[in-house]
Write a protein that binds this ligand. Sequence first.
Ligand code: NAP
Length: 334
Amino acid sequence: MNFAIIGATGNVGRKTIEVLEKSKIKVKKLFLVASKRSAGKNIKFKRKKIKVEALEKYNFGKARITFFAAGKTIAKKWAPIAAKKTIVIDNSSFFRMQKNIPLIVPEVNSSAIKNFKKTNIIANPNCSTAQLVVVLKPLHNKFKIKRVVLSTYQAVSGAGKAPMDELFTQTKKCLTGKKSISKNFTKQIAFNVIPHIDKFTKNGYTKEELKIEKETKKIIDKNINITATCVRVPVRTSHSESVNIEFKKSFSLKQIRHLLNNSSACKVVDQQRDGGYITPVEAEGSNFTYVSRIRKDYSNKKTLNLWIVSDNLLKGAALNTVQIAELLIKKYIK
Ligand code: NAP
């Protein structure tokens, strides 16, 4: 089967190439597409060089499945055109909340993909949502979640390649006492944290915070109450989340650990001693979503505290889209 990646030179696009290389999917041909700026550049896939094509000149009919990793403006304009000739799996936020578009995390709601043929477009969730729902789902199945209170600590790679580069150059400048301007963030990101991701909305929440709420409801259950605060931190890769979960039913910590340990997407690392937990640096490059600091919230009945860490470019983006492609190939297309 032939595949294509739109936005192949970006953070998610390059990670998708890596994940495809390691996956069991048999890729006959891979087409790499980006802006005119990158056209003609060579990128390696399985030791072969592939020439990047400009989006405007690319023929979508060449690939059976096309990963879009070029942002929502490109997705809005080009995905419907592409979907006439190829199945689109889109990383952007543009289609996620549209009723007739499946929003998929294969370990959580794989059956929701069945109607993809109506539009030929499947949406990939926000990176912070993906790692949250793989943890919430098995717990919700057993104890019914009433409310989630969440704070994120999001890595700069989640904002794209240019913001990631800004952290490196700004850190160097700060260390050498030079002045540096913030181009990709509203404030200095080096040696700082910024409580603001995506645009502000009228109710004081940012769009990122509302995405997590709405996407979690669409993927798991509309009756889960959820409130989020999203924070950008000077970490290269992997998002962390401090999560407080109130259940309808009583639980034991043993049951929680058992459920999470038996989930194919999760790994519990919770030794409750110095260093016995996961940090973003350790999660980078791993397909797992890690859960640490599992403890009861003694300030409220039937409530749990967790620390969740996952590579935002993998489960939050490239890995999840390739898993969606694997699901399509296994069950829905030939
Ligand atoms: P990025 O690093 O900024 O990469 C953007 C890509 O889009 C580049 O390949 C760029 O090509 C291409 N592009 C930009 N303008 C274009 C145009 N006019 N025509 C064709 N291609 C164009 O961004 P990213 O972090 O990979 O994010 C990509 C998408 O994934 C976004 O929608 C983002 O919200 C979503 N997402 C990201 C993450 C994450 O953790 N990073 C997680 C989930 C979802 P050039 O190099 O030629 O400019």
